[in-house]
Design a protein around this ligand. Structure first.
Ligand SMILES: Nc1nc2c(c(=O)[nH]1)N[C@H]1C(S)=C(S)[C@@H](COP(=O)(O)OP(=O)(O)OC[C@H]3O[C@@H](n4cnc5c(=O)[nH]c(N)nc54)[C@H](O)[C@@H]3O)O[C@H]1N2
Ligand SMILES: Nc1nc2c(c(=O)[nH]1)N[C@H]1C(S)=C(S)[C@@H](COP(=O)(O)OP(=O)(O)OC[C@H]3O[C@@H](n4cnc5c(=O)[nH]c(N)nc54)[C@H](O)[C@@H]3O)O[C@H]1N2
Ligand code: SF4
Ligand SMILES: [Mo]
Length: 686
């Protein structure tokens, strides 16, 4: 790994640096960055000698063209203070000294008047790096006694399920899918969201393996699949339980494995009992013969692997659905061979990284309820939020119930800090905007949650403008507030050691990237076992049972009560990572509808303009017909910026702020909507 110091770059010189991508993407690519005069000119995959094997010589086009993000017109260059009404985006430049002073002043004021909990830090998926979250920020906010954020907008239900059943066990390595005789890709769209799995699945098929895709739309992968099951959004639980029932009824469940390695078998069997193929077909809209075929193939294939994606969890049944899916390889006896088992998040491949700052025991705010908490003093116990500190997130574009979040951000008595790389939709509502560095401009550690790899990443380019890293800014604030102790890590090197431990840090410094401790790709129930107390899989863990109101594996029927007949899903798209890079999208982003649904509403013609609405809000945009959707399902991508729709709203304006059955997660795909044509006169931005 050759890391030149960008500060030493001589004028006119071009240098190549190796680093890794810390964006919220499972693949954690090894990168080669071309830098001229301290500026990034090209980014490509690192050459095989220094790359993690999953990278395989290619990366996505988003990161390939990241210089448009780094040096584009939306980049925040210096601290800025609001100079107009909230939401207008009018700011005037101030110095870092003034900015830090102001934040400290406002935090102390809020604490004196209302207590520390009136300060709410809000961060989520902007950076998957280990140094940019839960480090100096944790010291600052926890020791200050601020409210704590339950980071539930993504992965909370699936993490709860994976923890409950397996205590978070490392999954099947994506590279091993090549050996699978059957791969089931369930609620994941790797063609957008984890592109390196796609050629591996193709190779597996070339070797005679079968591919099943479970997704309400015909994704690019579904088009190549041997079987595509198209369930109604939110009904995967019934499908998975029907498969379980068949295994038990046919005597095909692996009772020997279950006796040795599982608890809760009878509970699961009982709950699966009502779900015949016919009943599952009725609820899911998947023909019973297709469910039967999926069962036959799964029963008779080994190695068989299930890639469970995050599309499964984002609805009222999401936690139970993920649990039922992850239980399948146990009941069907698919573990103990390479490429047999499941993959959800592979973050568990590195179990002991991270530094825990003790919790102050202050109140916990569920981030799906940020709109409620900002607008309704009774929504949460404790004081009203007076200071909101947003970093690594663009909540106005990514949290459910967008209009309520907007109302909260408009509050005149709320002091909002937004620390970001670009002027996001949220930043337009800030009182104070701070410029952040990107992963090409600061130190970080990139840990894959698909790829099993930990990369050391060093800055390769000069920070743009006055941008500073999270470590530096939160460290400075903690220092000014008198919260730092002598033994706290301060420098980047000290933080690396605190997060990794000395031994691993040394290895990483020498080697640039490290693989999990097992030294090779683990086989589930051979090299890795559940991290439950008894090392068994708990098919019906009591913790999840008590958490869900009606019990684990209980199916909650269709939301919306019929008034809003279309299910609106808002999955990831190739152009953005959540809302990151959304400023670079050209033109308007359309609502996708099945031609039958459009025709039923008289939405003919070329790209008609429509209003998509429900009781939460509305989006005004164009329509694109898409026959790959299941009829009754419409789609608006996640992470769309205000500038990309006529109404300045996105799918979050239609997403309910209800919570999943377990994990208190987001129910984006429980949005139920109606669509009507919009005349040219009525469609103007407010
Ligand atoms: N290019 C790109 N890559 C990304 C991201 C991005 O925004 N853009 N986001 C990153 C992040 S934060 C995450 S969490 C991951 C997510 O990556 P994925 O796991 O792929 O999750 P989603 O994109 O939410 O949805 C995946 C699929 O689920 C389908 N789906 C929707 N509802 C249901 C349902 O009820 N059941 C089933 N079976 N399928 C359903 C959708 O049609 C979609 O094709 O990707 C990461 N990678
Ligand atoms: N409608 C709908 N909405 C969704 C979803 C959905 O399925 N449907 N899915 C959800 C999912 S899966 C996720 S993960 C969330 C993600 O939602 P968010 O957590 O809001 O993530 P991003 O939209 O990527 O915004 C991250 C911001 O962090 C900034 N950033 C990146 N690195 C740094 C850094 O080092 N320092 C600082 N200070 N800032 C940085 C980026 O510039 C970016 O503006 O969105 C959710 N929103
Ligand atoms: S976003 Fe994903 S695919 Fe693109 S470079 Fe980063 S890790 Fe690789
Ligand atoms: Mo996510």
């Amino acid at each position: 790994m050759t890391i030149a110091d960008p500060a030493q770059a001589s004028p006119g010189s071009t240098a190549f640096h190796h680093t890794a991508c810390t964006l919220d993407c499972p693949d954690s690519c090894s990168l080669e960055v071309e830098v001229a005069d301290g500026r990034v000119t090209k980014v490509r995959a690192a050459p095989p000698e220094v790359a993690h094997p999953l990278t395989g010589g290619f990366i996505c086009s988003k990161v390939g063209r990241i210089s448009r993000h780094l040096y584009g017109e939306d980049r925040v260059l210096h601290p800025a203070l609001r100079d107009g009404a909230k939401g207008t985006g009018d700011f005037r430049r101030i110095s870092w000294e003034e900015a830090l002073h102001l934040i400290v002043e406002r935090m102390i004021e809020a604490k004196t008047a209302f207590g520390g909990e009136s300060v709410l830090p809000l961060s989520y998926g902007g950076s998957n790096g280990l140094l940019t979250q839960d480090t100096a920020d944790a010291i600052l906010f926890r020791r200050f006694g601020a409210s704590q954020l339950a980071r539930t907008v993504c992965a909370a239900p699936s993490t709860a399920a994976a923890l409950g059943l397996y205590g978070k066990m490392a999954g099947v390595a994506l590279e091993d899918y090549e050996h699978a005789h059957l791969a089931i890709v369930w609620g994941a769209n790797p063609s957008s969201t984890g592109i390196h799995l796609v050629p591996i699945l193709r190779a597996a098929r070339a070797r005679g393996g079968k591919l099943v895709v479970v997704d309400p739309r015909r994704t690019p992968l579904a088009k190549q699949a041997d079987l595509h099951l198209q369930p109604r959004p939110g009904t995967d639980l019934c499908l998975a339980l029907a498969l379980h029932r068949e295994f038990f009824h046919r005597g095909a469940a692996d009772l020997e494995f279950l006796a040795e390695h599982a608890t809760g078998v009878d509970d699961l069997r009982r709950r699966a009992e009502p779900w015949t193929f016919e009943r599952a077909a009725e609820v899911t809209g998947v023909p019973a013969r297709d469910i039967a075929r999926c069962y036959e193939w799964y029963n008779t294939s080994s190695p068989a692997v299930i890639r469970c994606g995050w599309g499964v969890e984002r609805n009222r049944n999401g936690g139970s659905a993920v649990a039922a899916i992850l239980a399948l390889p146990a009941v069907a006896g698919k573990f103990k061979v390479r490429a047999g088992g499941y993959t959800m998040s592979n973050g568990a491949a590195f179990r002991d990284v991270g530094r825990r700052e003790p919790s102050p025991g202050t109140r916990i705010v569920n981030m799906n309820h940020v709109g409620r908490v900002l607008t309704d003093p009774d929504a949460n116990s404790g004081p009203p939020v007076q200071v909101l500190f947003v970093y690594n997130a663009n909540p106005l574009a990514t949290l459910p119930n967008q209009e309520l979040v907007r109302r909260g951000l408009k509050r005149e008595d709320l002091f909002t800090v937004v620390f970001d790389q670009v002027m996001t939709d949220t930043a337009a509502y800030a009182d104070l905007v701070l410029p952040a560095t990107t992963f090409l401009e600061h130190d970080d550690l990139a840990m894959g949650y698909g790829a099993m790899v930990l990369h050391d990443t060093k800055p390769v380019a000069q920070p743009v403008g006055e941008a500073r890293s999270n470590l530096r800014v939160f460290g400075a604030l903690a220092d000014r507030l008198g919260l730092l102790r002598d033994d706290d890590p301060r420098s980047e090197a000290e933080w690396r050691q605190a997060v990794l431990g000395r031994r691993r840090q040394r290895r990483l410094a020498n080697e640039g990237l490290v693989l999990p401790e097992t030294g090779r790709r683990p086989i589930q129930f051979v090299d890795v076992f559940p991290h439950t107390a008894d090392r068994k899989v708990h098919l019906c863990p009591p913790s999840l049972e008590t958490e869900s109101a009606r019990g684990l594996y209980a199916f909650h029927a269709e939301p919306g009560g019929g008034r809003y007949p279309l299910a609106l899903i808002s999955p990831s798209v190739p152009q953005t990572v959540s809302s990151t890079f959304g400023q670079l999208r050209r033109g308007q982003v359309p609502l996708e509808m099945h031609p039958e649904d459009a025709a039923a509403r008289g939405l003919g013609g070329d790209k008609p303009r429509v209003r998509v609405f429900n009781d939460y809000g509305e989006v005004r945009c164009r329509v694109r017909l898409n026959a790959d959707l299941k009829p009754g399902v419409a789609l608006l991508p996640k992470g769309v910026w205000a500038r990309s729709t006529e109404s300045g709203t996105n799918a979050c304006a239609l997403a309910p702020d209800t919570l999943t059955d377990i994990g208190a997660g987001a129910c984006f795909n429980d949005a139920r909507v109606e669509v009507e044509a919009l005349s040219d006169v009525s469609a103007r931005r407010p």
